[in-house]
Write a protein that binds this ligand. Structure first.
Ligand code: FES
Length: 183
């Protein structure tokens, strides 16, 4: 009697069985490939997530860094046009320059003196009314904005620190701790 189903195969199966088994093999491979991609994607996400968590923690520490006012010098020791080097407790190097004749904090400026280009030390040039980096002729205006050389081209600036004057003495506000590190 004629078999209305699939033709018999040598190993005893049918063409239908073979097609079904091929289809199931394909779908198994497809499933495994998709599962592998999903696992890889999850791994990548976890890696990026960890990196993002460290970055956010660095940028927005849970506890704001402790700041305090530290004595710089009596005003008389820093005449107009002069500058001095100051090192904050966390190691940041700062250039403090007297730019005016007056005796208020506005007559002074305190800027991080590490050049944002490649890290050389910038210095105040009172006669040129600018901060200057000798490594690649980097130039900053009196407020620390890059105006020449690589920092000028890149639009980089020097970080500024608050100053105050009390009883003829100049103080600077700086972080007291060292930079937080991811754990
Ligand atoms: S390191 Fe200052 S301009 Fe290059």
């Amino acid at each position: 009697m004629h078999n209305s189903g699939d033709e018999a195969e040598p190993d005893g199966g049918t063409a239908g069985d073979l097609a079904a088994s091929q289809a199931s093999g394909l779908s198994r491979r497809g499933f495994l490939a998709r599962a592998g991609s999903a696992v890889m994607g999850a791994g990548l996400l976890a890696g990026y997530g960890t990196f993002a968590a460290y970055a956010l923690r660095y940028l927005y520490p849970a506890h704001p860094r402790e700041q305090d006012w530290l004595l710089v010098a009596p005003l008389a020791q820093l005449p107009k046009g002069a500058a001095l080097a100051f090192v904050a407790p966390d190691g940041q190097k700062i250039a403090i320059a007297r730019q005016g004749e007056g005796e208020s904090a506005q007559d002074f400026v305190a800027l991080g003196s590490t050049c944002p280009h490649l890290g050389c030390q910038v210095r105040w040039e009172g006669q040129n009314n600018r901060f200057f980096c000798p490594c690649h002729n980097g130039e900053f205006d009196k407020t620390g904005k890059g105006i020449g050389g690589p920092p000028g081209k890149a639009g980089q600036s020097l970080p500024r620190f608050p100053l105050k004057v009390e009883y003829g003495i100049l103080y600077i506000q700086v972080p007291l701790d060292s930079l937080p590190r991811p754990v």
